[in-house]
Write a protein that binds this ligand. Structure first.
Ligand SMILES: Nc1nc2c(ncn2[C@@H]2O[C@H](COP(=O)(O)OP(=O)(O)OP(=O)(O)O)[C@@H](O)[C@H]2O)c(=O)[nH]1
Ligand SMILES: [Mg+2]
Length: 197
């Protein structure tokens, strides 16, 4: 698949404000600063369509992008940012939780985990939440450019082990927004699911 056209649709902070069109959606979710917006830009080959920042907590809304006039890519606000209040955190969990479990259009969730770190408790919570969802679920390890070849294999093995401990077996793709690795695999998965609809 090639990305021919991308347009920003809208940013939503409530389930009721999300686009109503029955368009297939692929969501990118993971902790703050893990690299969701950067990877989406790389996927689109657009430098700064999804706004990124070295400060965690940049993306505050659920941002919808329409691709090739046929599907949505959804950039979700990050979780696990230490400086947010309890109230904000609870709000995030409610919004993202209900999006992931109840969004009719949702075809697949790409869960991003930093390739340099062990999956956190929140990463594992999200894995468990996804077992209740009917959407497809793929793990993307981010910032793979920062690792050596040996470390990359270790990172993949580590997350597969964490999944197995939860009784799950999911595709794991090593990615980098910097050098573009993994981009082709992400597009191939999207293609496969769109074809199966
Ligand atoms: N080396 C390297 N740095 C990256 C990569 N992807 C993202 N970064 C850096 O990580 C930081 C966070 O990236 P974002 O894309 O804004 O992260 P996010 O997950 O969208 O963060 P929130 O919107 O706060 O949830 C930025 O400083 C990026 O430049 C990557 O593949 N390699
Ligand atoms: Mg972001």
């Amino acid at each position: 698949m090639t990305i021919d056209q991308v347009t920003f649709v809208k940013g939503s902070t409530k389930l009721g404000q999300m686009p109503e069109e029955p368009v297939a959606e692929f969501a990118f979710v993971g902790r703050s600063n893990v690299g969701k917006s950067s990877l989406i830009n790389r996927l689109f080959e657009r430098r700064n369509l999804a706004r990124t920042s070295s400060t965690p907590g940049k993306t505050q809304e659920i941002n919808f992008y329409l691709v090739n006039d046929s599907f949505h890519v959804v950039d979700l606000p990050g979780f696990g940012y230490a400086k947010v209040s309890k109230v904000q955190r609870a709000k995030w969990q409610k919004l993202i939780g209900s999006y992931l479990l109840h969004r009719q259009q949702l075809v697949a969730v790409f869960q991003l985990i930093d390739s340099r770190h062990e999956p956190t408790a929140l990463d594992k919570e999200l894995m468990m939440l996804m077992s209740e969802s009917s959407a497809e679920h793929v793990i993307l390890l981010t910032k793979g450019d920062k690792l050596s070849g040996n470390q990359r294999n270790k990172a993949i093995a580590r997350v597969k082990k964490a999944l197995a401990a939860l009784g799950q077996e999911k595709p794991v793709i090593l990615t980098s927004a910097n050098d573009g690795r993994g981009r082709g695999d992400i597009l191939d998965w999207m293609d496969t699911w769109l074809t199966a609809l």
